[in-house]
Write a protein that binds this ligand. Structure first.
Ligand code: SF4
Length: 317
C-alpha cells in the first residue's frame, strides 16, 4: 500500500512578508510631503510584526493623508469627510481580529469629525489613529483648519487666521476614557517609527498626532523646529516611547515624563517654545468597547435561541 496521506499532503513553507507585500502602489502625494515617511513607517511596522496583509484594514476620511488606504496592499476604506473613526469603530466592533489603522488630518478630524473624535476616544477600541497635522486643509488648496496658527495667511483668511488654534493634545487630555496620546514629527523618521510602533502595541485606541510638513501650502512653518534639534523636547520614560540610541547625539533636549501623570502632560501640551515628542499619556487599563461588543460574536442561531430561552426561563414561574 502506498502511504496516500503522506504522498498527497502539501507542506507549505511558513509565510514571510516583505515590504513589497504591503506596497499598494506609488503614492501620489507631492514631492517632499511628510505623508510619504508615515507610509513607509507603517509598512515597516507591518513587516516587523509580520501582520498578514489580509488581516489589516486601513480606514480614512477625506484629505491628502486620507489617500493612505490606496497605498497599502491591505483591506481599506476611504470614507467620507470626518467619518473615518465611526467606520473604523464599526469594523473593529464586528471584526476584533483585524488590525485597524486610521489616517485622518487636522481638518478632517478636528472640525467636521470632532463629534466622532470625542466618542471614538471614549469607546477606546483597539486601533492606531494617525492624525497628520499640517495646520491647513491641503487637498482643497489651503483653507484655514482648526489647527492653523493665528496670523497664518490662507485662502479663507488672506490677512491671516484670526482665532486661537485648537490644541488637539490638550483637547484629548480632557476627553473621557482616553487611553493613549502621543506626538511625533515626520522629519524624525526614527522617532516617528518608534512612536507608531509603541502605539500599535497599546491595547486600546492609540492616538498619534504627527506634525506633518506640507511643502505645497504650509511650506516653512516647521522650518525653525527642523533646523534646531533642541526644539524637540523628547519625553522619556520606561513606559513611554523608547528612544533609539541613534538619536542620542542629535536630540539632547530630554525630559522625564511618566505617561500616567496627566497633570504634567497638560503642562507639556501647552509648550509652544518646543515641540514635545513622545508619550503624553497612557492608561492601558481603561475599558474597551470592542471587548464588550464582541461578546457572543460567532454564535450560531441555535446558540442565540438557547441563550434567549435561558434568560426567559429565569422569569418563568
Ligand atoms: Fe502633502 Fe500638502 Fe501636497 Fe497634500 S498638498 S500631498 S499635504 S504636500
Amino acid at each position: 500500500m502506498f502511504g496516500l496521506k503522506d504522498d498527497w499532503s502539501l507542506k507549505l513553507p511558513p509565510r514571510y512578508f516583505t515590504l513589497e507585500d504591503y506596497d499598494g502602489g506609488v503614492a501620489r502625494w507631492c514631492p517632499g510631503c511628510g505623508d510619504h515617511g508615515v507610509l513607509m513607517s507603517v509598512r515597516r511596522i507591518c513587516r516587523e510584526e509580520q501582520i498578514p496583509p489580509e488581516k489589516i484594514v486601513n480606514v480614512s476620511g477625506i484629505g491628502c493623508s486620507s489617500r493612505f488606504p490606496h497605498y497599502m496592499a491591505t483591506y481599506g476604506f476611504h470614507s467620507l469627510h470626518g467619518r473615518a473613526l465611526p467606520v473604523a469603530c464599526g469594523v473593529k466592533s464586528r471584526r476584533p481580529d483585524l488590525d485597524v489603522w486610521v489616517s485622518t488630518g487636522d481638518g478632517d478630524n478636528c472640525s467636521i469629525g470632532a463629534g466622532h473624535w470625542i466618542h471614538a476616544m471614549r469607546y477606546n477600541m483597539k486601533m492606531v489613529v494617525m492624525m497628520f497635522d499640517n495646520n491647513v486643509y491641503g487637498l482643497t488648496k489651503k483653507q484655514t483648519s482648526p489647527t492653523t496658527e493665528p496670523g497664518f495667511k490662507t485662502n479663507t483668511h488672506p490677512r491671516g487666521a484670526v482665532l486661537p488654534a485648537l490644541d488637539p493634545i490638550s483637547a484629548m487630555l480632557g476627553m473621557s476614557n482616553v487611553s493613549f496620546i502621543a506626538q511625533t514629527v515626520d522629519w524624525n523618521p526614527v522617532h516617528m517609527h518608534d512612536t507608531l510602533h509603541r502605539a500599535w502595541k497599546h491595547p486600546g485606541l492609540a492616538f498619534v498626532r504627527i506634525m506633518q510638513r506640507c511643502p505645497q501650502y504650509t511650506g516653512n512653518i516647521f522650518e525653525a523646529f527642523q533646523d534646531d534639534p533642541n526644539s524637540l523636547l523628547v519625553m522619556e520614560h520606561q513606559d513611554g516611547v523608547p528612544v533609539d540610541p541613534s538619536l542620542d547625539r542629535t536630540f539632547k533636549n530630554r525630559i522625564a515624563h511618566d505617561p500616567k501623570d496627566i497633570h504634567q502632560a497638560f503642562d507639556f501640551a501647552k509648550r509652544r517654545d518646543v515641540i514635545p515628542v513622545g508619550l503624553f499619556f497612557c492608561d492601558p487599563t481603561r475599558p474597551r468597547y470592542d471587548q464588550i461588543s464582541s461578546v457572543g460574536l460567532g454564535m450560531s442561531v441555535e446558540e442565540k435561541l438557547q441563550g434567549l430561552e435561558r434568560e426567559f426561563d429565569r422569569f418563568a414561574l
